[in-house]
Design a protein around this ligand. Sequence first.
Ligand SMILES: *Cc1c(COP(=O)(O)O)cnc(C)c1O
Length: 497
Amino acid sequence: MEKIYTSTRNKALARTPKEAVVKGIAEDGGLFVYDALDTLRLPLQDMMQMTYEQMAETVLQLLLPDFTEEEVKDCVENAYKGKFRDEHITPLHKAGNTNILELFHGPTCAFKDVGLRMLPQLMSKSLQQQPDEHVMILTATSGDTGKAALEGFLDVPRTGITVFYPDEGVSNIQRLQMVTTKGSNTCVCAIRGNFDDAQSNVKRIFQNAQLSARLKEKGITLSSANSINIGRLIPQVVYYVYAYKDMVRTKEITFGEKVNFCVPTGNYGNVLAGYYAKLMGLPVNKFIVASNSNNVLFDFLKDGVYDRNRPFYKTISPSMDILISSNLERLLYYKSGKDADYIAQLMNELEATGRYQVREDIFTSVREDFAGGYCDDEACAQSMREFYEQSGYVMDPHTAIAYKVMKDYEKEDSMHKCVLLSTASPYKFAPAVYEALFNETIPDEFACMEMLQQKSGSAMPKPLAELAKMDILHSHLIDKNDMSSFVETIGEEIFHD
Ligand SMILES: *Cc1c(COP(=O)(O)O)cnc(C)c1O
C-alpha cells in the first residue's frame, strides 16, 4: 500500500493509512494528512439513499484505502451496531425552526462516541499486520474525549489506555464517568493544570525519542485517541453527509443546494471533519465556528492572527475551554497549498511565542469557508432558556453557545439553511442547564438530573443515571510535569501484570 498520509510539517514523513492510525501523530509533531483529499469525490447522489452504516463504509473505504471491504464492514458493525440509543446514530431533530443534528446518543452521551467507537476497531485491524506490538493510547481530555476513549478501548486486546484530565477542569458528571471505568487496561489520571497543559505534554511525550525507545524495548508503542488521530477524525465526516441527506429528505433543501453548519468548537476536530466533507464535494456554503469566552478562534477568523497569550477562562461549556486548537494545523496545510515547510514554521512560532500570523492569501481563503462567533456564559444560559421557552427543547451549554452564534450569524446570511451540531446531552451538565432554565440551583448532580427530567420531560440517558451507584476506581492526581514518568510506570503495569 502506498504511504498516502504525510506529516503536515514534512512530506517525506509518509505512512500508509493503517500505519497512520496506529501512530496517531507524526514523529515530528505534525499531523497526518491525505494530500489528494481534495481530488476525491463522495458519491453524493448514491449516498442520499444510504443508511448511516452504508455511508460510513463509503467514507472509510475512500479515505482508508488499505482496509479491505470486509474489514471496513466489520469495523462499522462493531463500532455502531446496538451501541447508540437512536437507530439513526446521529438523527436530525427539528425543534421550532432549528435543524439540530444530535450527536450525543452514543454510550457516553457526547459526540466523541462517533469517532471513538470507531478508532479502536480501526486500530485492532491495523495491528493485525504488526503481531508483536502493544499500543498504549495516551489521551488528553477537556471532559468528553476521556470517557468515550476509555469505553472504546476497554478490554480491546493488545491496547491500553491512559487518560489525563485537568483537575477541576471538567464537570463532576464527566469526572465520575471517567473514574468509575472498569477494565484491566484502563487508567485515569487528574493533572494539576488545564487542558492545554495536558494536550501539550501528551504531544511532547510522543516526540520524546528516548522514552519511545525504552517503551519499544518492552514492545509498547504510544498512540493518540485525540482528534489528531485520523482514525477518529474520518468517522466524523459521515454525519455531515447524513445531515445533508436528512435535509434533502425532509425537503428543507433541494439536492445540490448549499447549507451552513454551525459547530461548537474547541480542538477544531469536529468542524474540520465537515471541511473534509466539503473538500470532497458536499455542498456547503460556510462553517460557523462557535467559541465560548476562550475565543482564540474568533480572533483568528477576524484578522488571521492566532494568539494564545491570553487569560484562560473556566466556563459552563468546559469541553471548549481550549486555547490551542490542534486541527487548525490541518486546515492551514490545505489552505497554504500543502506547503509543509510553511506549516512547520508557523508551528515552531506557536511553540516558541504562542502566536503566529498567516499569509494574507491563506487568511482570505480560510474566510471563504469559515465564519466565527463567540458568546460568554451569561449569553449561553440565556440562549438555553429562550430556546426552551420557545420550543420545549433542552440543549446542553456547548450546543447553546453554537445556537447563539448561529442566531447572530443569521442576521448576516439568511439565505442558506443552517444545521446546528449538538455535541452533548444536557444531562452531562445538569446543574448549569437547570440553573439556566429554572433559575434555581440544586447542588447534588443526581437530584438535579432527576428534577431536570421531571420538569422538562426530556429523557435522562441511562448511563448517566447509573453513575450514582458506581464505585470510584481511579484516584491518581499528579503534577503536569510528571506525566511522562507516569506513562512509563503505568505502561509496565498495564501490559506486564
Ligand atoms: C469536544 C467537544 C467539543 C469541541 O469539539 P472539537 O472537535 O474539539 O472542536 C464541543 N462540545 C462538546 C460537548 C465536546 O465534548
